[in-house]
Design a protein around this ligand. Sequence first.
Ligand code: C2E
Ligand code: MG
Ligand code: MG
Ligand code: MG
Length: 292
Amino acid sequence: RVKEYGRNNYRFYLPEMSSMALDRLDMEGNLRRALETDEFQVYYQPKVSLQQGTIVGAEALLRWMHPRIGQINPNEFIPLAEESGLIIPLGEKVIELVCRQIRAWREEGLPPLKVAINISARQFRQENLGETVRRLLEEYQVPGEMLDIELTESMVMHDTDHAALTLRELKDLGVTLSLDDFGTGYSSLSYLKRFPIDCLKIDRSFVRDINSNADDAAIASAVIAMAHSLGLNVVAEGVETAEQLALLRQHGCDEFQGYFFSRAVPAGDYALLLRQGKTLADAEAAPDGDLA
Ligand code: C2E
Ligand code: MG
Ligand code: MG
Ligand code: MG
């Protein structure tokens, strides 16, 4: 019947070839092409110290500037990049763009603040991540101490031998390690002791309702206490209001990221925030979140 109605009608008869599937094929081709051009940009979201009230670093967040569609956020293309394997060259591109940027900032005389890079599961499993990071740090003359790698719990849980080796290689370069979206994944806490993790990032889902949901507040408080007793730093993600911040501060959280202080912004805008010396007091006087 497909032949009978001609090529253009096959979608009616093969429901599994939905328009979604076609979009995906299209998207994969687009991703492949975008890797060759300069359509990927890294945005930077400040990490702010609750004690000092100043910017102490940033998280690198990938943006795809598609010539027709416009800006595409990572949740829309990282899963496909993972499935297709394109995450390997794409992930390497991110590390390279960040190293190049750190180098440029240093030459502009900006303070040497850490940048965190997100690594996807397949990238962590497949790639020789330690070697890739080492090569790029060397190429751009960037000290390992200026990078933080964000991983998730499940990545560390699977194939623990490989994970241990990769984490060790990164640590030996001076790179620090953070567990992203903490609390949403596997809940075996033993690896926190087994692996050389430096920092836990409390997932945004616990921060969102922290002022109204007693369970979320209890989880956040327990994560902070546990992290501190293990000697780990704690970063809260997705802080949008002064009330959320107050509660996190009360529980002794070390750092936060969120619209309350700043969204992820282009490299030039992040450098401007550093030059202007934007502080928490500035955000409290005029929260970025109010502009949303
Ligand atoms: P993530 O690593 O947990 O990053 C935090 C996400 O929350 C970012 O979304 C950030 O823009 C957003 N966010 C920060 N503060 C707030 C806030 O106050 N409110 C709200 N509503 N959202 C906030 P983004 O940039 O869309 O990234 C989504 C996810 O995509 C990231 O989650 C990360 O898992 C992944 N990703 C981003 N860049 C990369 C990359 O270069 N490589 C890989 N493998 N994954 C990446
Ligand atoms: Mg992250
Ligand atoms: Mg996160
Ligand atoms: Mg997240």
